[in-house]
Design a protein around this ligand. Structure first.
Ligand SMILES: CCCC/C=C\CC(=O)SCCNC(=O)CCNC(=O)[C@H](O)C(C)(C)COP(=O)(O)OP(=O)(O)OC[C@H]1O[C@@H](n2cnc3c(N)ncnc32)[C@H](O)[C@@H]1OP(=O)(O)O
Length: 282
């Protein structure tokens, strides 16, 4: 039987309580009825993963873990974007120490989410390229709203997604589909993602997506939580072991790749493209 350890800062009078969060870049809301925690990313406009957002996501995941919530749902406060991936400004003409910290924290976030024993689900209420897809695929279940895109488009920026980053993708997609998608920088539409199995369900709104995620987490209510957790970790242990073996070298590889003049040029052009796209919309 689930019995949450309470760390609430708010008296438990209503059906929901909020946990403390390191800053305002994420919020954590726990449904007292279900014991499920919802972690919401709140860095407008697109939840670009800068150092501060990554640190905040990590500490919110740890907080949820320590609270022994019954499950974790990750979503976004942004109306159209779940998460646009790494903040490209962190990679363009970067401060070297900060860039190192950004990559280390992206690793930490992945490791915390991928390796957490409680059930996890992503309510993908908008686009989820690159680092956004990374968060979603670290979870056990994904529900996405219509007309959005999800995928690992790193090659478009001239960077190579390392093995640990791809491992969530490979848990879900056949190797052949994953290889083609990565080499093509393919962003799947919601319908394509469902067809390929990259997401599990489509929902018509964020609220419905969160409900469907909660229903998925609810399917474990009659399963022994320790047996469930050990079974999940058994499936993920090899990827995590490999990651820990390679993580330091991976930081060096990332830094040396991002600092290459041709990659910097590509990132600069990509940023310009984003700005132009916006100007054309206006
Ligand atoms: C070893 C390497 C492994 C790498 C692992 C991870 C790498 C990454 O995560 S790289 C990041 C890759 N991300 C992307 O390619 C996404 C780029 N963004 C988009 O495609 C669109 O913005 C998106 C579909 C997410 C949303 O589209 P819209 O709703 O139409 O918004 P806009 O495009 O108008 O964007 C609004 C605003 O946000 C800025 N923006 C968007 N994405 C990013 C980002 N990733 N980093 C920083 N800034 C971003 C965009 O430029 C606009 O800015 P302003 O013009 O200043 O308003």
């Amino acid at each position: 039987m689930f019995s949450p350890r309470v760390v609430s800062l708010v008296p438990r009078t209503g059906p929901r309580r909020f946990m403390s969060t390191a800053s305002k870049l994420t919020t954590v809301e726990v449904n007292d009825k279900t014991g499920i925690a919802t972690l919401t990313m709140c860095r407008p406009p697109v939840n670009g993963q800068n150092l501060e957002l990554l640190l905040d996501i990590k500490s919110s995941i740890k907080e949820i873990e320590n609270d022994s919530s019954r499950g974790l749902i990750i979503t976004s406060a942004s109306p159209k974007v779940f998460c646009a991936g790494l903040d490209i400004l962190e990679m363009h003409k970067p401060d070297q120490q900060r860039l190192r910290a950004v990559w280390t924290e992206l690793q930490n976030v992945w490791c915390a989410l991928y390796g957490i024993s409680m059930p996890t689900a992503a309510a993908i209420n908008g686009h989820a390229p690159a680092g956004g897809c990374l968060l979603a695929t670290a979870c056990e279940y994904r529900v996405m709203v219509p007309d959005c895109r999800i995928g690992l488009n790193e090659t478009q920026l001239g960077i190579i997604a390392p093995k640990w980053l791809v491992s969530g993708f490979l848990n879900i997609l056949p190797k052949r589909v994953a290889e083609r998608a990565l080499t093509q920088s393919r962003l799947f539409t919601t319908d394509e993602a469902l067809q390929e199995g990259l997401i599990d369900e489509i929902a018509n709104s964020k609220e419905e997506a969160v409900e469907k995620c909660a229903a998925f987490i609810g399917t474990f209510s009659k399963v022994n939580p320790v047996a469930r957790a050990l079974t999940k970790l058994q499936f993920r242990a090899e990827n995590l072991r490999q990651f820990h073996k390679e993580r330091e070298q991976d930081v060096e590889n990332f830094l040396s790749l991002v600092n290459r003049p041709e990659v910097q040029k590509g990132i600069g052009a990509y940023l310009e493209g984003l700005k132009k796209k916006k100007a054309n919309k206006q």
